[in-house]
Design a protein around this ligand. Structure first.
Ligand code: NI
Length: 179
């Protein structure tokens, strides 16, 4: 199976509002998720949304179930396939954090996100998922679900002075791959 290309910012397909998945457990849905996993692994990302490979569907994947060497202090995020997600912020507290995106290669920006939130959705088989999360996990979910609304993280940056090339912002950091 050829690894699918990840679309880059500027591609109009990244700006669509994605369609909900209607049927769960299908071969087509399994194949889509397998292709997303492959593309994410190849790019060493921590998450990926279906629109990033040009599929107009509400499907995101994130988490590895293992500590990420690039975010050693971050709690482990379980490997998750989340379909037709709904996010509910818990409280109004926002937290700034640096983000990157596989569709915006080589860049980093400081983005405010809700610190705590509840998310709901479905797995590949249509089983309900419901979690309350905080911090890094909450940030990853918000970043990925933004892709389903046609929003890329640079659109969320409040201070454009806090946006730049990863190797300039963080010189000496051994890995400059993107999320
Ligand atoms: Ni992204």
């Amino acid at each position: 199976m050829q690894v699918r290309d990840i679309l880059k910012m500027g591609d109009a397909r990244l700006l669509r509002v994605a369609q909900p998945v209607q049927q769960f457990g299908t071969q087509a849905l399994h194949d889509l998720v397998a292709e997303m996993e492959q593309a994410m692994q190849k790019a060493q990302g921590v998450g990926l949304a279906a629109p990033q490979i040009g599929e107009d569907l509400q499907v995101v994947i994130f988490g590895t179930g293992q500590a990420n060497p690039r975010y050693p202090e971050a709690p482990v995020v379980p490997k998750t396939v989340l379909i037709n997600p709904v996010l509910e912020p818990m409280g109004v507290e926002l937290e700034d954090g640096w983000e990157g995106c596989l569709s915006v290669p080589g860049m980093r920006g400081l983005v405010p996100r809700f610190k705590h939130l509840k998310y709901k959705g479905f797995d590949l088989q249509g089983q309900a998922i419901e979690r309350e999360v905080s911090g890094f996990h909450a940030r990853v979910v918000q970043h990925e679900c933004d892709h389903l609304m046609g929003v890329l993280y640079p659109m969320r940056i409040k201070d454009m002075a806090q946006f730049g090339f990863a190797d300039v912002l963080f010189p000496g950091l051994d890995s400059n791959s993107d999320d």
